[in-house]
Design a protein. Structure first.
Length: 413
């Protein structure tokens, strides 16, 4: 992967200020990861790389963005029309394509030797069979759980990404992308998952450039707005954290399913521009990395609480077809109940959320035990769970988008 670390002066040091972390708190939060990864000692060399790569960007994406911002008369300027043409129909369909656009697509269109598309499809099917619990874990443990640490939540607030009236729509955009990744053939070159992943990579590069240059982001405190460490940590929320979370909800994940899901998201991470060193084949490797990332995180900031409240309260404003007031009230309480299970009372206090008894979890666990230990044992049962999972995904998108077509955010230079 093409990455580069920013040079830092001696006074600032090789790491952003957030790297100091709050070790006792972080060790407590990371204890499940330490257990599952069987971490005996902290790897100081890995911590050093994690800290330094908070100052490292996706250089291929950055080069594309620099070309997008060239003067309109410059023949090497990349337009959005050219980018979308190349994404939909291939780089050869773009007449006189600028060099930066050719270089970008030369990379993303090259399939690494280690990619096994049969294994990707197995991972996609396993991902879909998790049904609603997949979205539960990604929202509750991965997304809201991640808001307990400063940095990425502050960037989301700065971009207006998940606050106010846009909260549920932006969440829907993330779910749309995740759903597309898991669709049959989704990660083939013509698949929607592939195209949305490349789209998101370009969007991240645009956001990073904007906040690197507009003076609104404290690089010495947080590192680059979208950096290699945070991107790799985010990927870990979609594979390792997801697998841990669904297991906690009673869903049995076999060794083969784990390997396939990890492979699916490894390719997604590669397309996103994450350093290949931090793309893992096994859960244990991912949990070990995630544990070290947790150790160096900063404390919760007001942004984390703002984002969490927006997502919790936003449950009341979704596009429920029947009994919207009652459904909205129930879904908000259900979310708080499951957050209590995943984050504990301390996590809810961190985020300024009310503590609700985790009563909603028991029926979820009971259903998942039946699905994963009985129904999932036969080919017909697995196909049934995939159909149920697909319906759950469509229902989630309908709640966020209503009658509108689910989309992912537009690219703005």
């Amino acid at each position: 992967m093409m990455t580069r670390e920013l040079s830092t002066d001696a006074e600032a040091g090789p790491y952003p200020a957030r790297f100091a972390g709050i070790r006792p708190r972080n060790e407590r939060i990371g204890r499940p990861l330490k257990h599952f990864a069987k971490v005996d000692t902290v790897d100081e060399e890995l911590l050093d790389r994690i800290g330094r790569r908070m100052f490292a960007r996706d250089e291929l994406g950055a080069s594309l963005v620099h070309a997008m911002r060239r003067d309109r008369t410059d023949p090497q300027r990349v337009t959005m029309r050219q980018f979308h043409q190349a994404l939909e129909h291939g780089i050869d369909s773009v007449a006189d394509a600028p060099e930066a656009l050719r270089e970008f697509f030369a990379v993303v269109d090259t399939v690494p030797d280690w990619v096994d598309f049969d294994l990707l499809e197995k991972g996609a099917r396993a991902f879909r069979r998790m049904g609603r619990s997949r979205n539960d874990v990604l929202l509750q443990l991965s997304l809201i759980g991640g808001y307990r640490f400063g940095g990425p939540p502050d960037l989301l607030v700065a971009t207006g990404g998940l606050t106010g009236s846009t909260a549920m729509r932006r969440l829907g955009e993330t779910q749309k992308w995740g759903t597309a990744v898991g669709e049959p053939g989704g990660m083939r070159r013509g698949g929607e998952g592939f195209k949305l992943t490349v789209h998101v990579r370009a969007m991240h590069a645009l956001v990073n450039h904007r906040f690197e240059t507009n003076g609104r982001w404290d690089v010495q405190r947080w590192g680059l707005p979208i950096n290699q460490t945070d991107q790799a940590a985010t990927l870990g929320l979609f594979n390792g954290t997801l697998l841990l979370g669904v297991r906690a909800l009673g869903y049995r994940v076999s060794r083969d399913e784990s390997r396939a899901v990890m492979h699916l998201w490894k390719y997604v991470g590669w397309l996103m521009g994450i350093d290949e060193e931090w793309l893992f084949d096994s859960e244990r490797q991912q949990h070990r990395f995630n544990y070290h990332v947790v150790l160096v995180q900063d404390d919760v900031t007001p942004a984390g609480a703002d984002l969490s409240r927006a997502l919790v309260d936003g449950q009341r404003d979704l596009n429920y077809r029947r009994f919207p007031t009652l459904r909205g009230h129930y879904e908000r309480l259900r979310l708080l109940s499951m957050l209590r299970f995943f984050l504990g009372a301390e996590g809810l206090r961190d985020l300024g959320l009310p503590s609700v008894p985790p009563l909603a979890v028991a029926p979820v666990i009971a259903g998942n035990v039946v699905k994963s230990t009985l129904i999932n044992r036969t080919p017909a049962g697995r196909r049934f769970l995939e159909r149920v999972g697909d319906r759950a995904a469509r229902r989630e998108l309908s709640l966020k988008f209503g009658a509108a077509e689910p989309t992912v955010g537009k690219l703005n230079v």
